[in-house]
Ligand binder design. Sequence first.
Ligand code: ASP
Length: 437
Amino acid sequence: MLTSWRALTLWKRVFIGLFLGIFIGLGLHYGLGPEKGGMIAEKWIYPFGQAFVKMIKMLVVPLIATTLVSGVIAMGDPKRLGSLGMRTIGLYMATTFFAVWLGLAVGTIFQPGAGMGELISGGAQGVDAVSQKLAKSGAAQKGLSDYLLTIIPSNPVKALANGDVLPIIFFSILMGVGILLTGEKGKPLADFFDSASEVVMKVTMMVMNLAPYGVLALMAWVMGTKGLGILSSIGKLAAALYIACFLQIILVYGGLIVKTILRLPLVRFFYGIADALGVAYSTASSNATLPVTISCAENNLGVDKSVAGSVLPMGATINMDGTAIYLGIIALFAAQALGIDLTFGQYMMVALTATLTSIGAAGIPSAGLLLAAGVLSVIGVTDVQSTLIIAFIFPFDRLLDMMRTATNVTGDVAVACTVAKWDDQLDEEVFKAKSVV
Ligand code: ASP
């Protein structure tokens, strides 16, 4: 029994954990009642989920720092960095552009906010708590130049300690370039980072063996505390988001990128990222998923370390197509609920701010929703109204967050494969072969 469980590939175990978790959570919620079942899920099951999330989060900083430095060293020539960087950013922007318009189109067709005006003002709970959270995230929302400046760490050690991903990326790239340019004298450090990145990857795989249980606990917690009610109150919003995200994944990443640009088998791509999808969906955090994303891209899809180690950490931070879709849909939800007629100019403004906000959002749970106020303000929603809307959605956001995070992560991998292919760093034999993890 135990051996056959271990013989299953990890993603299968992850999905079994996911479904069992849903099953157990719903059993608790409806078997023991929302109060008691929810309490058990929160008190006795959630800590296991949290432990798993903490363990993967623990790996994010060591993983980015080591894989990025050794990734840059593996490029062998600092000149390659420029073209790689431009292509990466260009592709990230392009996929987000599709995402925003897709979200706006689906939101216009589905009208998730129609008839919600009354409900929002009557049904928003915890408005105070949400306004406090908003105030905090509002403080983090800065102008573009301020944002760009935060990428340069004033103290790299502090950036490592705080887990500030972009400054760590910036410093690690520079370190890698420095080691390359130093030549012979830099060799010991190059070997050190190479060995360190291998070791951190190994530790990641060890932790990943716990994923099925962590995912089970997280799903049982969501379903046990919220039950299926999570679907009914925001059913249309959830449907619009899920459909738009599925379209983005299938049409843009699958059809356009994997089939048309890469000319590689779709099925292999999705099998290859199944672990990352399961973890992204259950943790709702691109950052926490990063170690798994990197390992899927390298081991299952044949993306060279020099590309996976640099493109993916960046993607987890700046490329959030699911979040961009979501922000567009929320803007439409608000406009429909409040009876605001949007002009074409306002659509454009929503698209632009949704794109920028998705770039600025951190890869952590609920980041997208907390930053929605900025997008809502461009269509004339007042602060009070946007707090109400966000407070209304907040209790159900987890279900939405899971889907947009899975989309965010899929987008990162699709772009990493493309950059790798263009740079001759994609091992297509590995891509086409059966997944190894
Ligand atoms: N949770 C998402 C992520 O980590 C961000 C969001 O809230 O949209 O990718």
